[in-house]
Design a protein around this ligand. Structure first.
Ligand code: FAD
Length: 376
């Protein structure tokens, strides 16, 4: 045995764990095909999830981002966009033995000959994303534009966590897969405007999202040149059920490799950072926790939520998120947090369901139980 811990994959989950283990005095080996690569996604987390990370990891703040469905709901919370370079610096790999490599399951298992504990943090798709992936995916297409150019899209809001209004189409009661606008400051007087399909199986294609974003933004008066020639673009593909298969035998899994992603929101970064702290503390104490049951009671409740999202119409989505916007802030948190327990989550979901109009309730029940909506 040459090291205490081997971590395979240096995304947010693996890097946080490797860093925390090394800081705790453990000997750590980390393997990644591009260990020094800068992370490119725009990572957002809530300010109350930042833990003891330094303020330098924050690239931009959005106070009380709005949720828009039938009404307007400013959320009582601060949303942060992370500075990936600063976050990578804060999760220092000082003292970690870093190897360059892309490992398959057998090679990950074989590391048990070199390390007392082996952790799989290779993400949801270690063999790469498949264009024909049938699994439920969150997909999004976004443009980064100067704040002034984004203003007409925001309708007076400082930021929009989700704008479910249906001006991505000209139909009054659209039957196609619903999408929302995410509009968030990313620092340097720039905004990310992103058309997002929360969940579809297979994922809503990016060209469709690009068309919808353009239609929506132009309908609101955004300059077409800002949309067609943005400062940068972002494409999002998140497998909502994570890896979908267990890690190799005898190996722990963290982050989206370990189904650490939230199967309704697609978020995992805040959970991974917290999980890294807890797991590193246990390993420093010499305890190797069992791989947690990936389908615990809370995950079963979230799966019901995901099934509904995969089937709800645009009208159903408006009703559902209108209800979310009316929840007390603590219930909203429980719905969004990957770490919420089954009871809190069920209470939040009941809080959304109970006040809905009868027809919307019937739609939601049908969506949770019924056949998939047709893609379009
Ligand atoms: C564009 C985009 C935006 C997102 N925005 C958010 C957000 O705002 N908030 C949020 O919480 N989540 C967000 N997500 C979802 C999710 O949190 C991220 O995908 C996050 O990066 C997952 O972290 P991870 O460490 O589990 O996996 P990954 O980030 O996928 O990291 C996996 C690592 O393993 C390495 N690896 C892969 N295969 C192998 C192999 N075979 N051998 C060795 N190493 C391997 C990769 O190089 C990579 O470094 C976003 C995702 C995308 C794509």
């Amino acid at each position: 045995m040459t090291v205490d811990v081997a971590v395979v994959g240096l995304g947010p989950a693996g890097r946080a764990l490797a860093s925390r283990c090394a800081a705790g005095g453990l000997s750590v080996l980390a393997v990644d095909p591009r260990p020094g690569a800068a992370w490119t996604p725009t990572y957002g987390i809530w300010a109350d999830e930042l833990g003891d990370l330094p303020a330098s990891v924050v690239r931009a703040r959005a106070e009380n981002p709005e949720l828009r469905a039938i009404g307007v709901h400013p959320l009582e919370r601060t949303y942060l966009v992370l500075d990936n370079a600063a976050l990578q610096d804060a999760l220092s790999l000082d003292g970690v033995e870093v190897r360059t490599g892309r490992l398959d399951d057998a090679q990950v298992s074989a590391l048990r000959g070199e390390a007392a504990v082996v952790v799989d943090a290779r993400g949801a798709r270690p063999a790469g994303l498949r264009p024909d992936d049938p699994a439920p995916l969150q997909t999004a297409y976004g443009v980064v534009v100067p704040t002034a150019a984004a203003e007409p899209a925001l309708g007076g809001a400082g930021s929009l966590l989700m704008d479910w209004r249906t001006d991505w189409t000209q139909q009054d009661r659209p039957s196609a897969t619903p999408t929302f606008l995410y509009a968030i400051p990313v620092g340097g007087d720039r905004m990310l405007l992103e058309e997002t399909c929360l969940a579809a199986a297979p994922g809503l294609p990016v060209p469709e999202l690009r068309t919808r974003l353009r239609r929506r933004l132009l309908a609101r008066g955004v300059d077409p040149a800002a949309v067609d020639h943005p400062l940068s673009r972002e494409v999002v593909r998140i497998p909502l059920r994570g890896r979908g298969s267990p890690p190799p035998p005898g190996v722990l899994a963290v982050g989206t490799a370990g189904r650490g992603g939230h199967r309704v929101t697609g978020y995992s970064v805040a959970h991974s950072l917290r999980q890294a702290d807890e797991l590193a503390r246990a390993l420093v104490r010499g305890q190797v926790p069992d791989d947690p049951d990936p389908m615990d009671a809370a995950e079963h409740v979230r799966e019901v939520g995901l099934r509904a999202l995969l089937r709800l119409s645009a009208q159903g989505m408006l009703q559902l998120f209108e209800s979310f916007g009316r929840l007390p802030a603590t219930r909203q948190r429980d719905f969004l947090a990957r770490d919420a327990g089954a009871a809190e989550l069920a209470a939040a979901m009941w809080g959304m369901f109970a006040p809905m109009p009868v027809t919307a309730k019937a739609d939601l029940v049908r969506a949770s139980l019924g056949p998939s909506r047709q893609r379009g």
